[in-house]
Design a binder for this molecule. Structure first.
Ligand SMILES: N[C@@H](CCC(=O)N[C@@H](CS)C(=O)NCC(=O)O)C(=O)O
Length: 208
């Protein structure tokens, strides 16, 4: 099994899961700055020219949520529930909410503060961020209310929905996301940091 990754939040979710479940995979780091996502070979695997991508025998997948589900099924892990379909629908709801709302809410902060720093793309656009607060707060209210009395997003235990929703939000302090009034979100994020594979999702240097 091969997993193509770059040091960014969507591949990070998948790498954390690989580590957490102890899955054997060849982890292939791509250099996006050197055009690694735009080669004909890579585009044949992922026409979006994004990471992550998984190749497992005849199966080639893009989209981190689908890749995480595939990995759980392979490893027999209920981080993607396959026995209890009510739980599966609950996880699916939050994965969908993530792509439909949450990524758009926290994404500007993540991109301006974290992506730009990682890839030497200059300072954050503070004008853009000033316009992003309202949308971020709108959806943070939804998530914070849901997390009241809960340690995890779905099914009362760790699922791939937690890794999906937390992958940008975990940087909330350095990315200046307006979460000060959302104690349930910050408690949930701090709780996830206790999971070793989440705290350090990246492959060892020699494997990277
Ligand atoms: N919804 C996709 C997002 C994939 C995505 O946007 N990947 C980013 C990294 S987080 C990427 O490859 N960016 C490189 C680029 O746009 O050049 C997923 O979950 O896999």
């Amino acid at each position: 099994m091969k997993i193509y990754w770059i040091p960014a939040q969507a591949p990070m979710r998948v790498l954390a899961l690989v580590k957490h479940l102890g899955i054997e995979a060849e982890l292939i780091r791509i250099d996006p700055v050197a055009g690694g996502l735009h080669t004909p070979e890579y585009k044949a695997l992922n026409p979006n020219k994004k990471a992550p991508t998984l190749v497992d025998g005849d199966v080639t997948l893009f989209e981190s949520a689908a890749i995480m589900a595939h990995l759980c099924i392979k490893a027999g892990s209920d981080l993607w529930p396959t026995e209890n379909l009510t739980e599966q629908v609950e996880v699916l709801r939050w994965l969908t909410w993530n792509e439909g709302h949450w990524v758009g809410a926290v994404g500007p902060y993540y991109i301006e503060h974290i992506v730009k720093k990682t890839f030497n793309m200059g300072p954050p656009d503070r004008e853009l961020l000033a316009k992003s607060g309202k949308n971020c707060v709108k959806y943070a209210k939804v998530l914070d209310a849901h997390l009241a009395g809960r340690d995890f997003v779905a099914a009362n235990r760790l699922t791939i929905a937690d890794f999906a929703l937390a992958s940008m939000a975990r940087y909330w302090r350095e990315a200046e996301m307006p979460f000060e009034d959302f104690a349930n979100i910050t408690r949930w994020l701090d709780g996830l940091e206790q999971i070793p594979a989440w705290k350090n999702p990246w492959p060892d240097e020699k494997a990277a």
